[in-house]
Design a protein around this ligand. Structure first.
Ligand code: F6P
Length: 554
């Protein structure tokens, strides 16, 4: 047994679960008119309402006690002060330094990292300003009008998500493209849209060895140089690198003056605050990117300063853990009611699942309880017409985070002369969904509705169970004024710290990702076997069978 599941705080929660598992939220709300006030909090203009959860005061007290027992605060301080909390890679974890706008020194091996962080930010500022204002010219003297970011995982998802989320702040004259998949279709389709004279490629890779990224980067380079009659000097004006690996960048043929570096203490999935965020600065401007940093830094300060119920990310983490570890929920749905945030759930799929998808604890011992949840989600209202049925009436419990801005970036009556404002329609759905999930519709309500129809009694009786919503399905609601760069930065940091807290409680390493390695190794071994026609026999019968089917049909 791991220490966690036999610990006093865990045992107390287990016992408490017995008393809470059948309590309906209807009861909780009926018995406490102050429930919303008690179970909601604000961070700047971001309101978090967590009252529609299956928690009572005693639940929250026990959850906060668990966090204390697991020394979440001490572990947070260790991270912020540059201790090597990523033990399996012997690394510090300091994405927080990249947005440390207080500029207070943060030491790694006795050296303050802030001067190097600030110097790189200054270089990114100069570079992105030049590209945006047209000072940076392509090989033939033309202004850059298209950016192609080539990267995958953390070197793609964050920049894509932020560029999409903050589109209303983006420069119209720069078209952003993101190429991640090694499937040649991805780059082929992007290159169709690009003019070599006006395209700038950003090769975004922490390691600069990732197969997908290097394959796409080489294809892009060949395409560009080919378009300039084999003139390799064209690379200097059309390629920049975002990486920690200067040698590999030079070997690829990118001058290191066009390289924006970062450090091994920036995890890939936390790297949009580093040079990996350069495409964001190109799209929305460096100052807006810094606003994202400011929003995240403010959350960091909040996270360090407040305890227990006043700490927003911790509260979010504990509620998630309550369902994951005690109710047996396996998933979390992140549901932004903002089309611009359509990649937000995908971003935190990596953020959460790569961080907390671990079955051994820090000491290498097998976990005796569940760790990271499966994250999924789509923007509302699209998701409502796709998978919400299962959330409302399925057999699984799916805790949901609903996320929405009070103000739309697109007032259509003003912009397009549309007959109605879409935003109240969108938000009526946002409000309705959490209400429906929590309170449902009982048999008597269903019967009353059916009584108004001309159905026979038999037909009504048959239909009732299908139309009942039992409710008691949990959700958190985030509601903020408007999706600004600062707000987005804060929301990202809130989720990052939530993930941190859960990892700290489970005592797992949230900052390594060994689980992605085996597939990479095997693919490397298989690639040469795909050459030629001769059948392979070096694998299990299934893998041999699949490879050989491919070889006879390629
Ligand atoms: O395969 C997983 C991973 O290592 C991620 O953690 C990372 O974000 C991604 O690959 C890309 O890595 P790199 O930036 O080194 O190309």
């Amino acid at each position: 047994m791991s220490d966690l599941t036999s610990s006093p705080a865990w045992k107390a929660l287990e016992a408490h679960y017995g008393t809470m598992k059948n309590v309906h939220m209807k009861e909780l709300f009926a018995n406490d008119s102050e429930r919303f006030h008690k179970y909601s909090m604000k961070f700047e203009d971001i309101l978090l309402d967590y009252s529609k959860n299956r928690v009572a005061d005693s639940t929250m007290d026990l959850l906060y006690a668990l966090a204390e027992q697991q020394d979440v605060k001490g572990k947070a301080q260790a991270m912020f002060s540059g201790e090597k909390i990523n033990s399996t890679e012997d690394r510090t974890v300091l994405h927080i330094a990249l947005r440390n706008q207080s500029n207070k020194p943060i030491y790694v091996d006795g050296e303050d990292v802030m001067p190097a962080v600030n110097e790189t930010l200054e270089r990114i500022k100069a570079f992105t300003n030049q590209v945006r204002d047209g000072t940076w010219k392509g090989h033939t003297g033309k202004v850059i009008t298209a950016i192609v970011n080539i990267g995958i995982g953390g070197s793609d998802l964050g920049p894509v998500m932020a560029c999409e989320a903050l589109k209303p702040y983006a420069a119209d004259h720069l078209k952003m493209h993101f190429c991640s998949n090694v499937d040649g279709t991805h780059i082929a389709e992007i290159l169709k849209l690009c003019d070599p004279e006006t395209t700038l490629f950003l090769i975004a890779s922490k390691t600069f060895t990732t197969q997908e990224t290097m394959t796409n980067a080489n294809t892009a380079k060949t395409w560009l140089v080919g378009n300039f009659d084999g003139d390799e000097t064209s690379v200097a004006k059309h390629f920049a690198a975002l990486s920690t690996n200067g040698d590999a960048v030079s070997a690829f043929g990118i001058d290191v003056t066009n390289m924006f570096g970062f450090w091994n203490w920036v995890g890939g999935r936390y790297s949009l605050w580093s040079a990996i965020g350069t495409p964001i600065a190109l799209a929305i401007g460096f100052d807006n990117w810094m606003e994202m940093h400011a929003g995240a830094h403010a959350v960091d300060q909040h996270f360090l300063q407040y305890d227990g119920k006043d700490n927003l990310p911790l509260t979010l983490a504990l509620i998630g853990l309550w369902y994951n570890n005690f109710f047996g929920a396996e998933t979390v749905a992140i549901l932004p009611y903002d089309q611009y945030m359509h990649r937000f759930a995908a971003y935190f799929q990596q953020g959460d699942m790569e961080s907390n998808g671990k079955y051994v604890d820090m000491n290498g011992k097998r976990m005796q309880t569940q760790t990271g949840p499966i994250i999924f989600g789509e923007p509302g209202t699209n998701g409502q017409h796709a998978f919400y049925q299962l959330i409302h009436q399925g057999t699984k419990i799916i805790p949901c985070d609903f996320v929405a801005p009070c103000q739309s970036q697109n007032n259509l009556p003003e912009k397009l002369g549309a007959p109605v404002d879409h935003h109240p329609i969108l938000l009526s759905n946002y409000f309705a969904q959490t209400e429906a999930l929590a309170f449902g519709k009982d048999e008597s309500q269903v019967k009353a509705e059916l009584d108004k129809t001309d159905m026979s009694e038999a037909e009504k009786t048959a239909l009732v169970p299908h139309k009942v919503f039992e409710g008691n399905r949990p959700s958190n609601s985030f509601l903020f004024k408007k999706l600004t760069p600062r707000t987005l930065g804060s929301l990202i940091a809130i989720y990052e710290m939530k993930i941190f807290c859960q990892g700290a409680i489970w005592n797992i390493n949230s900052f390594d990702q060994w689980g992605v390695e085996l597939g990479k190794q095997l693919a490397k071994a298989i690639l040469p076997e795909l050459d030629g026609d001769s059948p392979v026999s070096s694998h299990d019968s299934s893998t041999n069978g699949l490879i050989n089917y491919y070889k006879t049909n390629k």
